[in-house]
Design a binder for this molecule. Structure first.
Ligand SMILES: [Fe+2]
Ligand SMILES: [Fe+2]
Length: 300
C-alpha cells in the first residue's frame, strides 16, 4: 500500500542528492578540453604537496625535474583513484543486492556507480594525456583490495569509500584553485570535487547509520580493518616508480619522502576530515589511534 508518511532520512538524503546530480553532472569526455597543450612552467600540483618538497634532494633537482615529478605524482594519485573507484563500485553494487533496487537510495547508488565509471575514464585519459605510466597502488595494496572489496561489511564499505574520497577531495580542491597548476589538471579536479561532494554526503550519512547497527565485536574488527585500509591507501598514493621516471635514485627518493615532514603534513592535511569524523563515530579508538593512525603519521 502506498505510504503517505514523510520520507525517512535515508530517502530524503537520496532524493536531495539525485536532484543535485540531475542539475550538475559532467561528461568529462566532452566537457574537458583534452587537446589543449600543457602550459610551459606550470606545475601539475602545488609544489608544496610534492613528496620531496623542501628536502635537500628537492633543492638539488632542476626546475624542470621538479615540475616533471609533480606530473608523475598526479598521475600516480589518479591511478590509485581508479583502483579505489573500481573497489567502491563493486561494494556499492554488493550493498544493493539484498535490498530494494528501485527506491531513491538505490537509484542514488546506481548514479554514483555511473559517476565513478566516468571518473575512472577521466583519470585514465588524464594519465594517458600526460604520457605517464599506469602506476597503480602497488602489488600489496592490490592484493589486499581483493578481500576488502569482496567481504567488507556495510560500515567498512562506506567508511573506506569516504576515507579515500576525503583524501582526494582535500588535495584536488586545493589544486583546482591554484593558478600555478596546469589548466587540464584543474579541470579534472573540478569535475571530481563537484561530483564527489554528493558521494561524501551519501557515505557519511550511511556510515552513521551502519555504525549504529554494529555489535561490539564487529565494531572492533571494523576499526582495525578501517585503520589498515586508510594507512595502506595513503601510503600508496605515490608509487616509487615516479622517482625513476624523473631520473632520481629510487631508494634515496623513497627514503627522503618517508622522512620528509612536509609530506607527512600533507598526508595529515588530506586525512584530517575523515579522521575527525571517524573519531566522532567511534571508528578510531585509542588503541588504533596510537598503533596505526599515529604510527603512520596520519594524526600528529
Ligand atoms: Fe570518483
Ligand atoms: Fe566517489
Amino acid at each position: 500500500m502506498p505510504s503517505t508518511t514523510m520520507p525517512d532520512p535515508r530517502t530524503k538524503t537520496a532524493e536531495r542528492l539525485l536532484a543535485s546530480a540531475a542539475k550538475v553532472s559532467f561528461d568529462p569526455q566532452t566537457d574537458i578540453d583534452w587537446s589543449a597543450p600543457a602550459v610551459p612552467g606550470l606545475w601539475y600540483m602545488p609544489p608544496e604537496r610534492s613528496t620531496l618538497y623542501g628536502t635537500p634532494l628537492w633543492d638539488r633537482m632542476t626546475d624542470e625535474q621538479r615540475i616533471e615529478l609533480t606530473k608523475h605524482e598526479v598521475a600516480s594519485v589518479a591511478s590509485v583513484g581508479i583502483w579505489f573507484e573500481t573497489i567502491l563500485n563493486q561494494m556499492l553494487l554488493r550493498s544493493l543486492y539484498d535490498r530494494s533496487m528501485t527506491d531513491a537510495h538505490a537509484r542514488f547508488a546506481f548514479t554514483e556507480v555511473a559517476d565513478e565509471c566516468r571518473h575512472s575514464m577521466m583519470f585514465g585519459r588524464l594519465i594517458e594525456t600526460l604520457g605517464c605510466p599506469d602506476y597503480g597502488p602497488g602489488r600489496l595494496a592490490h592484493a589486499l583490495g581483493r578481500p576488502f572489496k569482496t567481504f567488507s561489511n556495510p560500515t567498512l564499505s562506506f567508511a573506506g569509500a569516504l576515507y579515500v574520497e576525503e583524501v582526494l577531495d582535500a588535495l584536488q580542491r586545493e589544486a583546482m584553485n591554484d593558478e600555478r597548476v596546469q589548466p587540464l589538471v584543474r579541470a579534472v579536479n573540478r569535475v571530481h570535487v563537484i561530483e564527489e561532494a554528493r558521494h561524501m554526503r551519501y557515505a557519511r550519512d550511511e556510515t552513521v547509520r551502519q555504525v549504529a547497527e554494529l555489535g561490539r565485536g564487529e565494531q572492533l574488527v571494523s576499526r582495525v580493518v578501517l585503520s589498515v585500509v586508510a594507512a595502506m591507501s595513503t601510503a600508496r598514493l605515490v608509487h616509487p616508480g615516479v622517482y625513476a621516471s624523473v631520473g632520481l635514485d629510487v631508494d634515496e627518493a623513497v627514503r627522503t619522502a618517508r622522512g620528509n615532514p612536509a609530506w607527512a603534513a600533507t598526508r595529515r592535511f588530506a586525512a584530517r576530515k575523515a579522521v575527525d569524523f571517524f573519531t566522532e563515530q567511534g571508528l578510531i579508538g585509542p588503541a588504533e589511534r596510537r598503533l596505526v593512525w599515529r604510527a603512520t603519521g596520519l594524526v600528529a
